[in-house]
Design a protein. Structure first.
Length: 481
DNA sequence: CGTCTTTGACCTGCGC
DNA sequence: GCGCAGGTCAAAGACG
């Protein structure tokens, strides 16, 4: 069993934030992006003295998180509230190059250890995870698939997905099918295979070409299409112009939205050339202290190792939010992710609401509520907050990450994310799942990003080779690019 | 000088 | 068909 030494150094976070560094203003190399918020001493100690341990430093932009040191879980993301002042494209910074390099190495090692751990246990049940944790340490690059938990690959056909769904899921309502059908046209277009953004304008363009009367194909892909169009929105209070979610973003447009005096900013992921992921940032018209960040699309590049944990978490979260009780027993019981999600679902379903206002399925993480009333005064770790609130409070420090890692591995191996089994009636297009989560806004931002990636990652999986051919992904996110 | 932001123009979908 | 709104592009300027 992995142990997760506690290093929830809010002070460390604070320290980094206050550390002046020229490198902070440099756009980091992707591989060196630091998503962990950990103190140098802690990381080194963990790796050199306890190589078998995974040390994941929680991210936290707040300064009053000393109590979190008592917690044993870490989101693994260095998610700071961006405060660039000019909506500059950003990535988590606040660290010197040396620290970033060291931490990157550490992260790599941690991920490698975790993955190897999962290699030995991925078929075991979660209960069997309380075994040895001493695993060889072999630094290796994190495959991009960790976040690409989208639809099964071509080998895992849509039929399989459908059969794995509950019988109810096969009953699609006409509206969702219509909407999904529209989106489907995009999917079938090669240029959109990597485009999770789904330009509506292209939908109609491809309608004719794909209206071949193949109802089955449409049905099978309807849910996929719906999911691919899914967006993840985060509502969080932040004075910063944009939440830092661990990715680099470049602003490509700004528009005044009707009914909102605050402009809406459009960002595009620049961590990799041609990454179709985009996000919109806008302040709430009613309460301008609330920052609404909407993510759409799936990354076509490796995300920082720290996001491994995010992937696991978001897998569970998305599974919880999207698949709900319609998950098949097979998926729900055998998939650790779903098990995690199910557990959370049972306890947090009260936080979820459904609306039909969104044009596409939207997961809204409402983080505007205070977390203190739910989690108590000693836990500001967003992940643990989420877990605790979702019924995982009884997990020990190592239990949760282990489960998450297990879920992650499962998803990696199976290319089968429970969210992918979202029955169409479970989350029709136009529905919005709203989960009020008291958590760190930055965590939520990353969470949303990962959820979006997961949900929309199906596009990459549709092409069986897409995962290993990132370079083939063209810059098709734009209409005229 | 290269990169990024700004911002007006353009494109598209949708409702009337 | 027209107008509106959302989304995107790309030239120009700013910045390091």
């Amino acid at each position: 069993m992995f142990r997760f030494p506690v290093s929830l150094g809010g002070q460390g976070d604070n320290l980094k934030q206050t550390q002046p560094s020229d490198e902070q203003h440099h756009r980091p190399i992707m591989d060196e992006v630091d998503f962990f918020r950990s103190e140098k001493r802690d990381d080194q100690n963990v790796i050199t003295e306890e190589t078998h341990r995974l040390h994941v430093k929680r991210e936290n932009s707040r300064v009053d998180d000393d109590d979190d040191r008592s917690m044993g879980i870490n989101t693994g993301l260095n998610l700071l509230t961006a405060n660039t002042g000019s909506d500059e494209s950003l990535v988590d910074d606040g660290l010197s190059v040396d620290m970033e390099e060291k931490r990157t190495k550490i992260e790599m090692q941690l991920v490698a250890v975790m993955r190897q751990e999962e290699d030995h246990h991925h078929l075991a049940t979660i209960e069997s995870k309380d075994k040895d944790t001493n695993r060889h340490e072999a630094p290796e690059m994190v495959p991009r698939q960790f976040i690409d938990l989208g639809l099964p690959s071509a080998e895992v056909s849509s039929d399989e997905r459908i059969t794995s769904r509950s019988p109810q899921s096969l009953l699609e309502d006409s509206s969702s099918r219509q909407r999904a059908k529209r989106v489907l046209e995009i999917e079938e277009s090669p240029e959109n295979e990597s485009n999770g953004w789904g330009n509506p304008s292209k939908v109609s363009k491809h309608n004719a070409s794909s209206s071949n009367g193949n109802g089955n194909a449409i049905d099978q892909s309807a849910a996929e299409a719906t999911m691919r169009k899914a967006r993840v929105s985060v509502r969080a209070r932040s004075e910063a112009p944009m939440l830092s979610d661990g990715c680099q973003w470049r602003k490509y447009g700004q528009k005044m939205a009707k009914g909102n005096p605050c402009p809406r900013a459009y960002y595009r992921c620049t961590m990799a050339v041609g990454c179709p992921v985009r996000k919109q940032v806008q302040r709430c018209a009613d309460d301008r202290s609330i920052l609404i960040t909407t993510y759409e699309g799936n990354h076509n590049h490796p995300l920082p190792p720290a996001a491994m944990y995010m992937a696991s978490t978001t897998t569970a979260a998305a599974s919880m939010l999207l698949s709900g009780s319609t998950m098949s027993n097979q998926d729900g019981l055998m998939n650790p992710t779903n098990l995690f999600a199910r557990t959370m679902l049972t306890c947090s379903s009260s936080m979820a609401t459904i609306s039909a206002s969104a044009p596409f399925p939207t997961i809204t993480l409402d983080l505007t509520e205070s977390a203190s009333d739910v989690n108590g005064p000693t836990n500001n770790n967003p992940l643990m907050q989420f877990a605790q609130r979702s019924g995982f409070a009884e997990l020990n420090q190592s239990g949760l990450p282990q489960m998450m890692g297990q879920a992650l591995y499962y998803n990696q191996q199976q290319s089968k994310f429970s969210g992918l089994h979202i029955p169409s009636q479970s989350l029709n297009a136009g529905e919005s799942v709203n989960a009020a989560m008291p958590a760190n806004p930055n965590f939520a931002a990353a969470l949303a990003a990962a959820i979006t990636s997961i949900i929309n990652g199906s596009s990459n999986h549709q092409n069986g080779s897409s995962n290993s051919s990132n370079n083939n992904v063209t810059t098709s996110s734009g209409d005229r690019q």
